[in-house]
Design a protein around this ligand. Sequence first.
Ligand code: GDP
Ligand code: CA
Length: 303
Amino acid sequence: MKVAVLAGGLGGSRFARALSETLPPRDVTVVGNVGDDVEVSGLYVSPDLDTILYTLAGVLDEERGWGRQDESWNAREAATDLGGDTWFQLGDRDLGLHLVRTEALGRGEPLSAVTARLAQAFGVEATLLPATDHRLRTWIATPAGEFPFQEWFVGRGHRDEVDGVRFEGAETARAAPGVLEALEAADLIAIAPSNPFVSIGPILAIAEIRAVLEQRRVPALAVSPLIGGRTVRGPADRMLARLAGGTGPAQVTDCYKGLIDALVVDEADAEEDAGIQTIVTRTLMSDAAARRRLAEAVLGAPV
Ligand code: GDP
Ligand code: CA
């Protein structure tokens, strides 16, 4: 059974890991968000792709939810001492990856090709594809003005309420090589329990990706990022409340209208009307057993 997954960072990578621990990893293709990508001190950083890479390679710092285990911060401390602007934290090992990627992009290698090389170097067997090789950037409209995604998320600690999101470059961005093919070859399309607005939104803003989902001939489902009406981490619940009018399964379903056939919800949300067929299970991927239980519920879903 081949599965194609749309994924953001934390929830996306945990779910990608759950699937690739349960299926042969070669049957799993992960399409990752690049709307969060940012240039930091001249380096190209792709936080969601990196979280997925590190997670599938087993080197993510799970406590922090981003970056690598056994990280050190010498470069950052040195830069700070020298008066550098280090608002975006990059550890030493993490920097190594950004150097390799930035160098390759500078030579004209597409993001998808660099990502494939990095995955191979990490021994990751699942396929990881950026949604697009083109420039696509998320902007966040707030009462304090509009900010590039990372300026809002990291720089301002996502404290501002969100009035809207905009995906610069989405009108002209094409799907990266392999993305449409993977979605068309899949036996199941799954949307990870990621932030619907800023993790999955940028992927679905690419017209040809959305069209493949709309015209799918295989089942598609999404896993809700909510547990008991709240997110495990991050601002998705606040965004759902303000932009979709509530923090229940129905508002998650609304984000994916016409694109999914079922929603996987946590037991804590089982009583809520989701406005679509639901599959109820425990969705917190706290350990290997929990990941497997969720993956099996998804793969065995009667859709
Ligand atoms: P980001 O790019 O790192 O913000 O990551 P995502 O958008 O992929 O994931 C953020 C979402 O993942 C949050 O809304 C969390 O509620 C959700 N999430 C994280 N871990 C889990 C989990 O184990 N189970 C479920 N159901 N959701 C999770
Ligand atoms: Ca992200």
